[in-house]
Design a protein around this ligand. Structure first.
Ligand code: FES
Ligand code: FES
Length: 209
């Protein structure tokens, strides 16, 4: 990944500052535009017509009447204005839409929203502490410059947190294997691996995992 020299010319410094501000926003809430798995189904009993669905998102209870075909990703983005989870492929191939349902990572583009009835959803917007402190995984992504355009980053971070909690981040090989469903078209994999390696240690020490 290209390095930006903070001590170069003033113009470049300004650019760097803006880029870092942008990256902070991306890592903490998700931003930018599009890219490229995870595909874990969520259990439930979806109806066949508009269905009253109640679920929690980032600790807040929601009650919505939803079409059975509506994806969780579309409901989060279009109805709840939680745009951190990104639509990359919309086919379960890229991982950009990764969120947690009852603590398990899912591809929200492949998850019917009605199937999260009575479940708890966590998105990238919901992983900071109540005092606004970034999650160790967010901090590690920033520290290791583990992104460029940032489009894949919210999904990468949500998958990475789950990867650690699953006990699948004990070696570089394991991290690569269990993060293989999350594609980064910018090729920021070296930084992503370094960030997960460090955050896994921090999460274990803080008992986040
Ligand atoms: Fe690509 Fe969901 S948008 S896996
Ligand atoms: Fe651009 Fe991963 S797709 S940072």
């Amino acid at each position: 990944m290209a390095e930006i020299d903070d001590s170069a010319a003033e113009g470049l410094s300004n650019f760097t500052l803006k880029r870092r501000t942008f990256m902070l926003g991306v890592a903490s809430a998700g931003a930018a535009t599009s890219v490229a798995g995870c595909a874990v189904a969520v259990g439930g009993n979806p109806g066949t017509s508009a269905t009253d669905t109640r679920f929690r998102v980032n600790g807040k209870q929601h009650s919505l009447t939803l079409e059975p075909r509506a994806s969780l990703l579309d409901v989060l983005r279009d109805q709840l204005q939680l745009t951190g989870a990104k639509k990359g492929c919309d086919h379960g191939q890229c991982g950009a839409c990764t969120v947690h349902v009852d603590g398990r990572r899912v591809a929200s583009c492949l998850t019917l929203a009605v199937k999260v009835h009575n479940k708890s959803v966590t998105t990238i917007e919901g992983i900071e502490t109540r005092t606004g402190q970034l999650h160790p995984m967010q901090q590690a992504f920033i520290k290791h410059d583990a992104l460029q355009c940032g489009y894949c980053t919210p999904g990468q971070i949500m998958a990475a947190i789950a990867c650690v909690k699953e006990g699948h981040a004990t070696s570089d090989e394991q991290i690569r294997e269990y993060m293989s469903g999350n594609i980064c078209r910018c090729g920021a994999y070296a930084g992503i691996l370094a960030a997960i390696r460090e955050a896994a240690l921090e999460m274990r020490s803080r008992s986040h995992a």
